[in-house]
Design a protein around this ligand. Structure first.
Ligand code: ZN
Length: 245
């Protein structure tokens, strides 16, 4: 393949833009906020699990309280009914029976009220736990929003740099003949992102091999418009004043 030395040297500019674009793509994918954001997301998931448990405990306590309140109402109604009967009976036997039932009903009422108090305390402490969890979630959400804003600002910087490099690339690639550009793209795919390498002081900057012997001889024999490939790494070898041949 033939191309003028100027066209071949444009490949070095193209290569440096492609290398920069590769770095920017990598940086966009690994911004410093990524790890702490993942950690916050994991913490939020675990806190949400704790919250579901706390809500379950709270609901159990509420159900228990409602049941106790209904039991208290039933016992109170029976106490009222027995009291009323006591007022209206003249039978000594009935009086004794009602009085003994009232004693046990009042004992039952007092037990139920004690249980009610204990459940209310449980309810209060469960509400406190839940409020603490919600506070922690709010703080995680605030930290997340702050880091996301930082990440988006950093990404915007990289993204605008990438857009500028992409525009430059279109211009530089436009100055390279189609067949040479095709060869460059093909070598770049095979060469881990590097398709064209500068031959500097007889050393290929793509693989760091220094040309000697027959390799050096064939480069010396080539005309300036011959497109050369590195005998070691097969990348396009671009000669300049610094090539030392
Ligand atoms: Zn090489």
């Amino acid at each position: 393949m033939k191309a003028t030395p100027a066209e071949q040297q444009e490949l070095l500019r193209l290569q440096s833009l492609d290398t920069r674009l590769q770095q920017l793509a990598h940086r966009l994918g690994s911004l410093p906020q990524a790890a702490p954001l993942a950690e916050l997301a994991a913490r939020d998931t675990s806190v949400r699990g704790t919250r579901a448990e706390a809500v379950g405990g709270l609901e159990d306590a509420r159900t228990e309280l409602a049941r106790l309140e209904s039991d208290v109402a039933i016992v109170e109604a029976r106490i009222a009914r027995d009291g009323d009967r006591l007022q209206h009976t003249s039978s000594m036997k009935d009086v004794a029976g009602l009085e003994s039932e009232l004693v046990s009903l009042k004992k039952r009422l007092s037990d139920l009220e004690d249980q009610e108090l204990a459940v209310m305390e449980r309810l209060e402490s469960a509400e406190g736990v839940l409020a603490g969890i919600d506070e922690e979630r709010a703080s995680i959400a605030a930290d997340t929003a702050k880091l996301e804003a930082e990440r988006d600002a950093a990404a915007a910087g990289f993204a605008s740099e990438r857009d500028a490099a992409e525009r430059d690339r279109v211009v530089v690639a436009g100055g390279v003949p189609a067949d040479l550009l095709g060869l460059y793209e093909q070598r770049r795919t095979r060469g881990a992102g590097v398709g064209a390498a500068h031959l500097q002081h007889r050393t290929c900057q793509g693989c760091n091999m220094t040309l000697t012997g027959s390799g050096l001889e064939s480069v010396r024999r080539a005309t300036p418009d011959d497109v050369l490939l590195c005998p070691e790494c097969d990348r396009i070898l671009v000669r300049t004043d610094e090539s030392g041949i």
